[in-house]
Design a binder for this molecule. Sequence first.
Ligand code: UD1
Length: 420
Amino acid sequence: MDRFIIRGGRPLRGEIVIGGAKNAGLKLMVAGLLTAERLVLTNVPRIADIATMRDLLIQHGVAVEDVNGDGSAYAVGGEITSTEAPYDIVSKMRASILVLGPLLARCREARVSLPGGCAIGTRPVDMHLKGLEALGAEIRLENGYINARAPEGLIGERIILPFASVGATENLLMAATLAKGRTEIVNAAREPEIGDLVACLNKMGARISGSGSGTLVIDGVEALQGAEHRIMPDRIECGTYACAAGITGGDVRLVGGRLDDLGAVVRTLEEAGVEVTEDEKGLRVRRTGALRGVDIMTEPYPGFPTDMQAQFMALLSVAEGASMVTETIFENRFMHVPELNRMGARINVHGSSAIIRGVHALSGAPVMATDLRASFSLILAGLAAHGETILSRVYHLDRGYEAVERKLAACGANIERVRE
Ligand code: UD1
């Protein structure tokens, strides 16, 4: 298991190129299951979750060609020879559940392992299953697997989601593209990655409207075709490096970053004393004064993203005054708190809220990554801390961030990966 050794205290200065979005790329690869033709995706991030998704698709029998030989573009397509998504892959990556809708729509059957819980919460998939049942699927849960059939094909229906779940919206959206008639998804999630998926599906011949409005209207078509699509920039990677510039008192250009996707994050950064401006290349993030405490509540998009909560905790732990962070999306997403406290932060958790009392400085310590975003909050703390931080279990980070040590070191950070 690799570790990072970080020697903190250097303000970051320079340029970081933002990669393709993990949470868009994964779904776009799955969209390749909806057609036998080639779906070419570019700006693919080179991260472990994408490699896992590639393995899953290959396991279904479709070809996944590495177009440039360097993992930056994939062509997905071909006949599906297996409609089973096995436990060993689904348990490794929950987003695997997203093959359920497309497999059902195209092959009229699917057998997908139940994903189970994960470190940040129980994360049920009931809305995915109820929605597919509304589209006419028969679903049985047996031996830890979801067995789904739609012998006559799926049929369009009006589905009202009780909560704007990202995954349920995507699963139902993809399934509905090949259903008979019109499907409406009411209270659909509005995350920009869903907009990217809609744009790609429409290029493939789907008929979807209402992107970003909270109601998606899908008129089913007989078949989808191949297409080419460039994956949108990763707004969470961008927000994360913006926090790195903020916590170190640096000045960083985030090439490819887009203000439009980051409204709530940028507003919060500015409230905390971090300046963000946009130009034709991307974003410039800098801090000249002291950091100030702010209150944050995570919400579905366009609210403040839960995927940025851990990184802001690190930032706020060295801000003047007190901050309150309330997590409303996942029930167990404060695992970084004890680790941050070991580095000198003063954070108390009360249920779904955490009170952070800003300290003057953090001190380096051996810490352990527990999930993807939590790992980066510890890197941020390490970059700002006095002394040496040793972060273990870096594999959590490698699931979703490409070339972290290279990107940070290029801006002057003292960070080194120790391979084991
Ligand atoms: C996606 C993102 C993840 C992000 C999250 C919220 C990907 C691969 N992952 O996860 O990074 O943190 O959106 O923005 O894109 N829920 C149910 N029943 C369901 C579905 C969801 O109760 O059937 C609950 C979940 O347990 C969770 C909440 O709804 O508490 C939000 O989940 P959801 O929006 O579905 O997140 P994911 O798609 O899993």
